[in-house]
Design a protein. Structure first.
Length: 386
């Protein structure tokens, strides 16, 4: 327990002296020194130079210690129908290597899994980090993921349903593997390093071809009983198509997703090659693009209003391709949601963009690694404490 207390205090700062750790933990000098010796022997702590190394000092210099964040690493993986993004981070959460790779929707599950494994190995080799040094792995995937980490439904990844993704990928990662819905991981990343770092109750709406949401309540992820909380794309609107569409999209995402935005723009005579161009034009003030965006915001606000009323979030973050519209989409959502919400939350754009899912996977893996590291010491008996 003393080792756990000293390790926690040391990780809260870049470097610390014994007196700093005594003050932070309330432990005596001999106890702190003994804990440090154990942590150094186990490879978690090392001595380093003081920041004021050039200043003259009288007597014996004080020991300056630091946590060895590079002693182990974690791996975050974002896998979907169009890309694989792998990121390796040290135990401070600093990303030290990452690789993005495009894939095609025609890839079979076996081919996609093979590409994921290959990308995981490449990103580890780039550091380099041996597989044995991995403390934990986090994986983000589209679809409904249950508490065991099994993918129950994944409409955007054909053949991905009923897949034990974590178990399959444990072949390359001899450590705990945590599988989670991709938007759930994105909201954790936004809370950690993005636009949600000052909010405990928030909703992230990931808005692209598909539309999904993730919910944090009191800083904790709300998954729902079946892992399906936040599937806003399947909310039905009275005047729009009902039920699951032939292309696998839900009613709301069929009515507001970027495929619809492009079709609507072309109906109005816009010759933009893709939805991204329409959204950039809206950001630039183009009247026709702004009309399309306003209609999309009106429709999404109708579907989102019930979520806002039920959760009462402090903040709603918009992520995905829609962020190309910049402040224009915030203005449109603010205008239409204000008419429907009893209490209007703050609105913000994602700060993390395409990095959000992989960073959220890193965050989940990091939390598991940190917990198990501290548990090793906190649960040890005084005789065998290591």
């Amino acid at each position: 327990m003393n080792c756990a207390a000293v390790l926690t205090a040391l990780r809260a700062t870049e470097t610390a002296r014994v007196t700093d750790l005594m003050r932070a933990t309330g432990l005596s000098r001999p106890t702190v020194s003994a804990a440090i010796s154990t942590l150094m022997a186990d490879g978690w702590v090392e001595e380093t130079e003081a920041a004021d190394v050039g200043s003259p000092r009288m007597g014996r210099p004080a020991r300056v210690l630091r946590f060895r964040a590079d002693a182990r690493h974690v791996l975050g993986v974002d896998v979907g129908p169009h890309k694989i993004h792998c990121a390796v981070a040290d135990l401070n959460g600093t990303v030290v290597s990452q690789i993005r790779r495009e894939v095609t929707e025609s890839d079979t599950p076996a081919v996609l899994l093979g590409r994921v494994e290959d990308t995981m190995q490449r990103v580890l080799d780039a550091v380099p980090v041996p597989r044995s040094s991995l403390a934990a792995v986090g994986i983000g995937t589209p679809g409904i993921v249950d508490r065991r980490g099994a993918v129950l439904q994944a409409p955007s990844v054909p053949g991905w349903d009923s897949l034990e993704l974590g178990s399959l990928l444990s072949r390359i990662a001899p450590c705990p593997v945590h599988t989670e819905n991709d938007v759930n991981l994105a909201v954790l990343a936004e809370r950690w390093q993005g636009a949600g770092d000052d909010a405990d109750d928030l909703i992230l709406v990931q808005w692209g071809v598909r539309v999904g949401a993730a919910i944090l309540v009191n800083g904790q992820l709300h998954r729902g009983a079946h892992g399906a909380a936040g599937e806003i794309g399947f909310v039905e609107l009275d005047t729009e198509p009902q039920g699951l569409q032939a292309d696998g999209l839900g009613p709301l995402e069929s009515a507001v997703g970027t495929d619809w935005i492009l079709r609507r723009a072309r109906d109005l005579g816009d010759a933009s090659p893709d939805a991204a161009a329409v959204l950039r034009a809206a950001d630039g003030g183009d009247p026709r693009a702004l009309q399309v965006l306003d209609e999309a915001c009106d429709r999404l606000a109708r579907g989102l209003a019930s979520f806002v009323s039920a959760i009462d979030p402090e903040l709603v973050i918009l992520g995905g391709t829609i962020t190309l519209a910049g402040d224009a989409v915030l203005a449109g959502m603010r205008r239409h949601l204000t008419r429907r919400a009893l209490v209007m939350p703050r609105l913000a754009l994602s700060r993390l963009g395409d990095d959000a899912v992989a960073l959220g996977a890193v965050r989940v893996a990091l939390a598991d690694a940190q917990r198990r590291l501290l548990d090793v010491y906190a649960t040890a008996s005084p005789v065998e404490q290591r």
